[in-house]
Write a protein that binds this ligand. Structure first.
Ligand SMILES: Cc1cc2nc3c(=O)[nH]c(=O)nc-3n(C[C@H](O)[C@H](O)[C@H](O)COP(=O)(O)O)c2cc1C
Length: 181
């Protein structure tokens, strides 16, 4: 992009998310939450769904994970995506709503057997162990959680050629504005 328009940048941001969602080699995004002691916690999660028209992003997680405990108290999170080939960073503010139990039963049925081990551990994920493998996988439907992320803001930083930065806010109906990089 020589001199992009705001609408092109917004469209490109959603395209990049869609591309990551279907990238055979890397479908991850970095998710940052803030835990109960106000410690930021960043981790990788697999990008499961992207809905540009609804401004929604989805990932799956274990109901007993620290991030879920954190999100129940504070639903604010940030998603980070870096495209080294484009020298482009996306920082996406979201509000996260976690769904589990009967509301996600149909979805659970579609989770492949080998992926189910990510949901439910004994002792639970994060518990201290006496040795590396002193735990069992439960593949428990009750631990399967769909985290729906409602996008509130997208911050785009381009470092390819002349640097530029743009921000788009839901509260501003995604009109967008240029920001000094
Ligand atoms: C490549 C990769 C993909 C991951 N995908 C997920 C995921 O989709 N969901 C998830 O909850 N954790 C995923 N994890 C594990 C998290 O990064 C994190 O270590 C784990 O969820 C524990 O987080 P907690 O501190 O919130 O309990 C992934 C880790 C890696 C390295």
């Amino acid at each position: 992009m020589a001199e992009p328009s705001l609408s092109e940048v917004l469209d490109q941001s959603w395209s990049l998310l869609m591309q990551r969602r279907s990238d055979a080699l890397d479908r991850t995004i970095t998710l940052s939450t803030v835990d109960e002691s106000e410690q930021p916690q960043a981790c990788l999660v697999v990008l499961r769904d992207v809905k540009p028209s609804l401004a929604e992003i989805e990932f799956h997680t274990d109901a007993e994970s620290l991030k879920v405990h954190s999100l129940v108290k504070n639903p604010k999170a940030q998603i980070l995506l870096w495209r080294s080939d484009l020298s482009l960073q996306l920082r996406i503010d979201v509000l996260v709503d976690c769904h589990h139990g009967e509301r996600v039963t149909d979805h659970w049925k579609q989770v492949p057997e080998h992926s189910r081990i990510a949901y439910g551990k004994a002792p639970p994920t994060g518990a201290v162990l006496s040795s590396p493998f002193a735990y069992k996988t439960l593949s428990a439907a009750k631990n399967f959680m769909i985290a729906r992320c409602y996008v509130q803001k997208i911050d785009v930083l381009n470092l390819d050629g002349a640097h530029w930065r743009a921000q788009f806010l839901k509260s501003d109906h995604w009109t967008g504005r240029w920001v000094s990089p």
